[in-house]
Design a protein around this ligand. Structure first.
Ligand SMILES: O=C(O)CCC(=O)C(=O)O
Ligand SMILES: [Fe+2]
Length: 282
């Protein structure tokens, strides 16, 4: 019997009592709608093979291999392995793997012309302390913007790259660096909910179009400060078997990155694009 319960005041929903290997279309439609409403969805207690995780992910949209080639599953490039090969050959901790996603609040794939609609993680090994993932609502950030800023940034785009202003690209192969920035409206209307959100990523944005460097940097600072609204947050404490999907079009997230490095924290990840009819609306 499927149970759906709200987690945070504005974002986060938990679904239990379903088996994602056999979920029927009406039940999937119900949980998909619950996800759109809540931005982040946790489905508990799953036992999936790589192929089953991939097939379930495809119900949300086309699954696309992540640009970080070295962390893809060797046989199934659409699946990224998080937390694998955490140690270098000399035994030291590989910080790019250990702290992946923990450098700051972000949205996945903003460096692409068609960013990832959603990211989905399946928890296989969870440390006994730390290692949470934090989420925040882009709708709440938009609503908190002063009117002056909403007017100033209406129809204004930002330029985004993988490493943004810091140019950190440790997990990219050399041939995948130095790509042309992707341009995205900073205030975007969600193609499925019709709600406005602040589309922003301080680690990937390079500049804001139509202004000089000083104004661009000042606007980036102002938007960074607005991103996280206390009521718009949800913090996920992982259990083995959790499947968590978030909507990159209207939320930000980061890994806490604070778990004991000698413990395993392993997830499979899929990166999901929009269906063409929704790409056309953005
Ligand atoms: O490992 C996590 O908690 C999140 C990592 C992350 O940012 C991502 O997979 O996009
Ligand atoms: Fe991420």
């Amino acid at each position: 019997m499927v149970q759906i319960r709200r987690l945070g005041p504005q974002i986060g929903v938990e679904v239990s009592g379903v088996d994602l290997r056999t979920i029927d279309e009406p039940t999937f439609r119900r949980i998909y709608q619950a996800w759109l409403n809540a931005n982040v969805m946790v489905v508990t207690g799953q036992e999936l093979t790589l192929q089953q995780f991939l097939e379930y992910s495809r119900r949300f949209g086309p699954v696309s291999p992540h640009p970080s080639k070295s962390t893809r599953h060797p046989e199934i490039p659409e699946i990224t392995m998080l937390g694998i090969n955490k140690h270098n050959a000399d035994g030291s901790l590989n910080m790019a793997i250990y702290r992946r996603g923990a450098e700051g609040w972000h949205t996945d794939g903003a460096y692409d012309d068609i960013p990832f609609k959603a990211t989905q993680l399946y928890g296989l090994a969870i440390p006994n302390q730390g290692g949470d993932t934090l989420f925040a609502s882009g709708y709440a950030a938009y609503e908190a913007m002063p009117q002056r800023l909403k007017i100033r940034l209406a129809n204004v785009r930002g330029a985004f790259t993988y490493g943004g202003r810091t140019k950190s690209q440790a997990l990219l192969n050399p041939e995948d660096r130095d790509r042309v920035p992707a341009m995205h409206l900073l205030i975007r209307t969600h193609p499925e909910t019709g709600r406005k959100s602040l589309y922003f990523d301080p680690g990937k944005i390079l500049s804001i179009e139509g202004c000089g460097e000083a104004e661009s940097n000042a606007l980036i600072d102002e938007l960074t400060a607005l991103m996280i609204q206390p009521d718009g947050e949800y913090r996920h404490k992982w259990r083995v078997g959790d499947v968590v999907i978030w909507d990159n079009r209207c939320s930000y997230h980061k890994a806490a990155g604070d778990y004991p490095p000698e413990q395993d924290r392993i997830h499979w990840r899929t990166s999901i694009k929009d269906w063409p009819q929704h790409v056309a609306l953005q």
